[in-house]
Structure formats: structure tokens, C-alpha cells
Design a protein around this ligand. Sequence first.
Ligand SMILES: NC(=O)c1ccc[n+]([C@@H]2O[C@H](COP(=O)([O-])OP(=O)(O)OC[C@H]3O[C@@H](n4cnc5c(N)ncnc54)[C@H](O)[C@@H]3O)[C@@H](O)[C@H]2O)c1
Length: 273
Amino acid sequence: MSTARLTGKVAIVTGSGRGIGLAIAQRFAREGAKVVVADIREDNARAAAEGIESELGAGTAIAVGADVGLAADVDRMVTATTTAFGTVDVLVNNAADTSGQKHFFEADERWWDDILRSNLKSQYLCIDRVARIMAAQRSGSIINLSSGGATRSHRGMIAYDASKGGVEALTRSTALELAPYGVRVNTIVPGLIATGPDEPEWSLQRRDRTVPLGRGGTAEDLAGPAVFLASEDAAYVTGSKLVVDGGVLVQQRSPQVDTLRPEDYPDVPPGPR
Ligand SMILES: NC(=O)c1ccc[n+]([C@@H]2O[C@H](COP(=O)([O-])OP(=O)(O)OC[C@H]3O[C@@H](n4cnc5c(N)ncnc54)[C@H](O)[C@@H]3O)[C@@H](O)[C@H]2O)c1
């Protein structure tokens, strides 16, 4: 008997040419899903799909170059999926513009519109297209990537944080409206996840020290939670928010400035109480 948890499922993962999306696409394929690697960087999408096929065999992945903030590209992505694999069972709305910081006084309308289009409208467009297919088959799982920025603000990221607040509202409302059709919609909230070679080692180490579990996350840390929400194990889970951040969001003060610091925590008491 197969222990793979997504056998027979068809999954689209947007923005999966690199980073968290890539780790989710790779893991979904290892769990038996047919995977559509969609990314605005078509070269990265192709490399990712080829990597999956070379590991797991021909016919396990396709690549689609698409800007998911554009309706025509989303239509092409969904058509490519149904042409290759017949349906869509899982959508991971992962793509987002994660670049660039601007102070409020330096922000402008163009910047705001670009980020809201890439990060929020894109999720609406993808849900709109796949929900019709999922509702007709009375099953489907949609996973929207949010951010801790939806709850607590990053400096210099007003548009990003607003877009992620929108993602969480979109998750709740689509969960409600699609539930009668058997379509589940949930959010994953990643924490401090290193996804690029761009960040210097000293910066990564500084981040690690702010996380209650003692380390920043990796893209692979998001893959298991995504498999859970995509799988039948989560059959009764919709409209929920799964925070995968090593404890960052639950702390009021970072360990460096808290009055009881983690290094001053007591030793584990001996034996049962
Ligand atoms: N890395 C983190 O610490 C972190 C924290 C919280 C939330 N997130 C969220 O997780 C998701 C993945 O983050 P990441 O760190 O892997 O990002 P990343 O920047 O490493 O990768 C994003 C991918 O999306 C693609 N992309 C961007 N805009 C696109 C568009 N319009 N159409 C199609 N593809 C597009 C990029 O080409 C890239 O491959 C994002 O939604 C991000 O907001 C990440």
C-alpha cells in the first residue's frame, strides 16, 4: 500500500520556481501528486519541473511561465494544467512580490498597485479559475500563503503587509462561500524563512536569535504543513490559519529585550511532579 498522501492529486503551485513554492512542489510530487510548477520566471519553472521529473519520472510535473497577477496568464496556466493532467485538486497560492522596502513617505501609487496585484489580486484570479473546476467535482484544497505581516507590521512594507491582510480576509470569505461545494480554503503563515542566497550569514544568525525555537525556518519547513492541508487528513479543516514560524508571532518581545531571557530559563525539573 502506498503511504504517499497526495497520490492521484493534481496540484498547481504558483511561484514555485524557487523558495518556499519550490520546496512545496517538490514535496507534493514525492507525495504522489502531479505538479504544475508556475512562475513568472519561466526559466526557473522549467528547471524545477525538470528536477522533479528527473527524480520521480516523466509525467510528474509540467512548467508554466505565468504572471499570476494577469488574468490571461492564469487562464493559460489552468488550461495547461487540465490539458496535461485532466483536472485541478490543489492550488497553492504562493507567488508574491517579496522584494523591496520603502518607507511610507517614499511609497507611491505604482508601487502599491504592483504589490497588491502580484500578492492579492493574483490569489483572487487563481481561486476564481480553479474553484469552478473544484466545485464541479465537489472537492478541492486551496492554500494561500500569508505572512506574519498580516498581524504585526514589518517596517518599510506597508503594501506587502496590506496585501497579506487581504489574503487572510480572502481566505476566510472564500472558505465560507466555497464550503458547500466541498472546496476547502486555508492560509499558511510562514515566519522568518531563508529562501535566497542573497542574505548574509551575519543577518541570518541575527534572525535566528529572535525566534523562540532558536532558528530561522527553511523552505522545507513549510512543505509538511502544506501536504497536511492539501491531504484528506485535513478534510474537516477550512478557513483556518496554520502559523509555521517557530513561535515568532506569539511573543510580545524578542528574546534580546525580554526581561526573562531564554538563556535564564530554568533547567528541566527532575522526574514527574
Ligand atoms: N520567506 C519568508 O520569510 C516568508 C515569510 C512570510 C511569508 N512568505 C510568503 O511565502 C511565499 C513564498 O515566499 P518566498 O520567500 O519563497 O519568496 P521568493 O521571493 O523566494 O519566491 C517567490 C517566487 O514567486 C515568483 N513570483 C513573484 N511574482 C510572481 C507573479 N506575479 N507570478 C508568478 N510568479 C511570481 C518569483 O519569481 C519567485 O519564484 C510568498 O507568498 C511570501 O509572501 C515568505
